[in-house]
Design a protein around this ligand. Structure first.
Ligand code: NAP
Ligand code: ZN
Length: 349
């Protein structure tokens, strides 16, 4: 079906209107009319080819919410009119050990990303949520239980929400744990909200003094401006777990120093240029770990959405028309986002 979208034809080109084609729904497919799509820093990394291997034309967007407009004959779990979401994955092999454990993000045969991944559909790679509609296998469609008026602010949960929820759960963040969240952008602000909702003591680390009050309002118990050496030194050895969401290369030693013995620094940011190699003695003296985490599986994404619906958690958003995307990217690069841009997809029509 002919579908209006917004994307880029090359790394050095601005985004512009693009006509794309969505497949007719197959037996297990759900067709979704997209209402809103969040703007992740990964969209910017991909569209500007900061990570190698961007396929053009590139239509980004993996924080998708909308309404089901058609279903295939074999779809049992969704009906026309349901409010649903799609995150970073639209398929996986479904038979490897990781898929068997509900960890499709670690599919041993490679999951199919919502954009920039090989697919039999035209034009040979997936095209994301900066578009009017998308067709997705029902296994990768999520239910949304939030109130209808919250829908735009729910969109970022599909990536920023699950990417922070999953490591917080994996490293058992909860009451009695002291947790650092580094970088208060799209991911980081969700990390603060979620860690707070899980009952942890939350310390937010930011390079932006202007975000101090916001961080407290989001649920942080303490805020540290990471350029303030004295404030950093005062937290040496004080944290059980740190979630680092920063989208640019930076010094990790300053963060591992904040960990208690046996603490973990978990990286989720994927900067264009590598971080300086960490000082191993900082890890050895204290049995500390540096780890990574990738989004979350489909079952855990549903669990996160249900947790957020129950607790009334949504993202803090700035709603933009699709034509505002390049300006939004430029502001994102200046850490000037409070705290997630979300595209109103009706602006495509
Ligand atoms: P974002 O909204 O741009 O937030 C990043 C934040 O990092 C900024 O707001 C800023 O916070 C801080 N920051 C930026 N530049 C910095 C610098 N030079 N030094 C220190 N801090 C800096 O980005 P996002 O959408 O949250 O994404 C963050 C990263 O996670 C991206 O690299 C993205 O690709 C990646 N990501 C990974 C996964 C995964 O599964 N692992 C999923 C989604 C996204 P302050 O102003 O508070 O310092
Ligand atoms: Zn993302």
């Amino acid at each position: 079906m002919a579908t209006k979208a917004y994307g880029a034809y090359a790394a050095d080109k601005l985004l512009e209107p693009i006509g794309i084609t969505r497949r007719e729904p197959g037996p297990s497919d759900v067709q979704i009319d997209i209402a809103f799509c969040g703007v992740c820093h990964s969209d910017l990394h991909t569209v500007r080819s900061e990570w190698a291997g961007t396929l053009y034309p590139c239509v980004p967007g993996h924080e998708i919410v909308g309404k089901v407009s058609a279903v295939g004959a074999g779809v049992a779990r969704f009906e026309v009119g349901d409010t649903v979401g799609v995150g970073c994955m639209v398929d996986s092999c479904q038979h490897c050990a990781a898929c068997g454990e509900g960890l499709e993000q670690f599919c041993e045969n490679g999951f199919t990303g919502t954009y920039n991944a090989p697919t039999p559909d035209t034009p040979g790679h997936t095209l994301g949520g900066y578009s009017q509609r998308i067709v997705v296998d029902e296994k990768f469609v999520l239910r949304i239980g939030h109130a209808p008026e919250q829908l735009a602010a729910v969109a970022p949960l599909l990536c920023a929400g699950i990417t922070t929820y999953s490591p917080l759960r994996h490293w058992k963040v909860g009451p009695g744990k002291r947790v650092g969240i580094v970088g208060i952008g799209g991911l980081g602000h969700m990390g603060i909200k979620l860690a707070h909702a899980m009952g942890a003591h939350v310390v937010a680390f930011t390079t932006s003094e202007s975000k101090r009050q916001d961080a407290l309002d989001l649920g942080a118990d303490e805020v540290v401006v990471s350029r303030d050496a004295e404030a950093m030194a005062a937290r040496t050895g004080s944290l059980d777990f740190i979630l680092d969401t920063v989208a640019a290369s930076h010094d990790l030693d300053a963060l591992t120093a904040l960990l208690k013995r046996d603490g973990t620094l978990c990286l989720v940011g994927v900067p264009e240029h590598a971080h300086p190699s960490p000082d191993v003695s900082g890890l050895i003296f204290g049995r500390k770990a540096i780890a990574g985490s990738l989004i979350g599986g489909i079952a855990e994404t549903q669990e996160m959405l249900d947790f957020c619906a129950e607790k009334g958690i949504v993202s803090e958003i700035e709603l933009i028309p699709v034509e505002g995307i390049d300006r939004a990217y430029d502001r994102m690069l200046k850490s000037d986002v409070k705290y997630r841009f979300v595209i109103d997809n009706s602006s495509l029509g």
